[in-house]
Design a protein around this ligand. Structure first.
Ligand SMILES: [Mg+2]
Length: 226
C-alpha cells in the first residue's frame, strides 16, 4: 500500500473517530433529553394534570362542607421544571451539590411543567386551598415566589411549607396541614383531597388505589431515591 493511501485511510479513521466522540459528547443523556426535548414528556405531564383536575373537582363538588379542602403540591419537577440545571451540571461533568442548587434557585430560571397552570387555576376557582409543600429551603422562599410569579402560577391565597432544616420532613409538614398545628395553626385543620408530586416521598401512602384518585404522580427520570 502506498504511503499516500495509508495516509488517506488514517485521515478517514481520525475523522470518523472524532465525529463519533463529538456526537457522543454533545448528546444529552436520555433522561434529560426526554424531559427537555420529547413531546411525550410534555403530553404525559399535561395528561396527569388533567386527570388530577377532574378528580379533585369531582371530590370537592361531592362534599357539601368543602370550605376546608386543600391540595398539597410539590414544586420541583411537579410545577417547576429544573431540567436546565441538570443540563448545566452535565455539561460541566458535575453532579448535584447543595451550593450549585441554591445558586440555581436564586437565578429564578426554572420553567413551567405542562398542565400545572391550568390545574392550579381550576382548583383555586373551586375554593380548594393550594399548599406548596417542597424540600426547597425556606431561606429560598423569596426567589421561589418570584420564579412562580414570573411563570404566572402564583396566587396570593397560596400557602408555602418549605423546609426549615434537615429535621423538617415532608411528613412533619403534612401533619401540620391535617392537624392545623405549627405553621398551619392559624388556618386550622384542613382536609387534603389531593397530593401532586414526582417522588414517592410526596405522598402520605403508596396505596395503588389512591394513584389517579387522590395521588397524582408526575414523571421524573432525572433523579430520585431509586
Ligand atoms: Mg419534586
Amino acid at each position: 500500500m502506498s504511503k499516500k493511501k495509508q495516509f488517506g485511510i488514517l485521515c478517514s479513521f481520525l475523522v470518523l473517530t472524532s465525529s463519533f466522540i463529538l456526537h457522543g459528547e454533545n448528546k444529552l443523556p436520555n433522561d434529560i433529553r426526554w424531559v427537555r426535548e420529547s413531546s411525550e414528556y410534555n403530553n404525559l405531564c399535561a395528561q396527569i394534570f388533567t386527570q388530577a383536575r377532574k378528580e379533585i373537582i369531582k371530590t370537592t363538588k361531592s362534599e357539601r362542607n368543602r370550605k376546608n379542602h386543600a391540595v398539597v403540591v410539590d414544586l420541583d419537577e411537579t410545577v417547576l421544571d429544573n431540567s436546565r440545571y441538570q443540563v448545566e451540571r452535565w455539561e460541566t461533568g458535575l453532579s448535584f451539590t447543595q451550593d450549585s442548587w441554591s445558586d440555581w434557585v436564586n437565578r429564578e430560571d426554572a420553567e413551567l411543567i405542562s398542565g400545572a397552570k391550568v390545574f392550579l387555576t381550576a382548583i383555586r376557582k373551586e375554593g380548594v386551598q393550594v399548599i406548596f409543600l417542597s424540600n426547597r429551603m425556606d431561606s429560598n422562599l423569596k426567589p421561589t415566589l418570584r420564579n412562580l410569579e414570573a411563570l404566572g402560577v402564583l396566587d396570593s391565597s397560596d400557602l408555602f411549607l418549605l423546609r426549615k432544616n434537615k429535621f423538617d420532613t415532608k411528613e412533619t409538614r403534612r401533619s401540620e396541614v391535617l392537624e392545623g398545628k405549627g405553621r398551619m395553626k392559624k388556618h386550622g385543620p384542613l382536609k387534603v383531597i389531593g397530593y401532586v408530586g414526582d417522588q414517592m416521598g410526596d405522598f402520605p401512602n403508596e396505596s395503588k388505589a389512591d394513584f389517579g384518585k387522590s395521588n397524582f404522580l408526575l414523571p421524573n427520570p432525572m433523579y430520585g431515591k431509586w
